[in-house]
Design a protein around this ligand. Structure first.
Ligand code: ADP
Ligand code: ASP
Ligand code: MG
Length: 251
């Protein structure tokens, strides 16, 4: 059975209605026979709000404590999404990064994933449960909560896809793919049906935030099939479109 990892960004889980829409989309892929792991970000604006709150208390907060606060945004969305899936009759279970054991180094606020313990996720998948795993967070060897840097849920999803040898990692966001340049700034921008990892890395290093640069490096290195898609359409409608990232030898 094919396995996909589906990541949903902040706008995609930005309200109760949107979370329900995400659940409908996931349910559709399950009905089509796929095993699915879901990786949500925090609700739009939430991570900014949490960081601003911390800075109100302490202008330059201790990074360890900042991560404790910042990581809570994703704990909310995993629980809500698991509930929404259950409401549709889809068996689902939420996990924080530390619960899975997404092991990272101790570089608080910009930690790097070292290993992922995929045993619990595999057991769920084999019994038909959809694991809903918090993006952006992990735990270090000392048991401290860490976060992966802004936009880090992309990297969580790609790393999970690599660890589980998923058939595809789908990054659902608020645009329907990767464009020649930011479509919100340049309306004439064109959607690219496919783009090489090298081109994508260049785009990310020039500041395009459509994918976190580490997620692109990770997918290139571990040969993860990666696609960028819109979550703001009716479930199923555009799931065949989006932008595919191309490995060099697929040219
Ligand atoms: P998410 O919350 O889903 O992770 P992000 O805001 O991090 O979404 O990334 C999506 C945004 O990236 C789009 O709304 C778009 O404005 C911006 N963006 C910048 N450059 C590009 C590009 N070349 N192609 C598509 N989107 C881009
Ligand atoms: N919620 C985190 C952020 O805002 C991670 C992410 O969205 O990928 O940076
Ligand atoms: Mg993002």
């Amino acid at each position: 059975m094919a396995l996909i990892v589906q990541k949903f960004g902040g706008t995609s889980v930005g309200s109760a209605d949107r979370i329900k829409n995400v659940a409908r989309r996931v349910a559709k892929w399950r009905t089509a026979g796929y095993q699915v792991v879901v990786v949500p970000s925090a609700m739009a604006g939430e991570t900014n709000r949490l960081i601003a709150l911390a800075r109100e208390i302490q202008p330059s907060p201790d990074p360890r404590e900042l991560d404790v606060v910042a990581a809570t945004g994703e704990q909310v969305t995993i629980g809500l999404l698991a509930m929404a899936l259950q409401g549709l009759g889809v068996a689902a279970r939420s996990y924080t990064g530390p619960q899975v054991r997404v092991l990272t180094d101790s570089a608080f606020t910009k930690a790097r994933i070292m290993t992922i313990d995929e045993e619990r996720l595999r057991a769920d998948l084999e019994t038909g449960i959809v694991p809903v795993v918090a993006g952006f967070q992990g735990v270090d060897t000392g048991g401290n909560i860490t976060t992966l840097g802004r936009g880090g849920s992309d990297t969580s999803a790609v790393a999970l896809a690599a660890a589980l040898k998923a058939d595809e990692c789908q990054i659902f966001t608020d645009v329907d793919g990767v464009y020649t340049t930011d479509p919100r700034i340049v309306p004439e921008a064109r959607r690219l049906r496919s783009i090489t990892f090298e081109e994508m890395l260049e785009m990310a290093s020039l500041g395009s935030k459509v994918l976190q640069i580490r997620s692109v490096e990770f997918a290139g290195k571990y040969r993860v099939r990666l696609r960028v898609l819109s979550s703001l359409t009716a479930p199923g409608d555009t799931d065949r479109r989006g932008s595919r990232l191309r490995h060099a030898d697929h040219l």
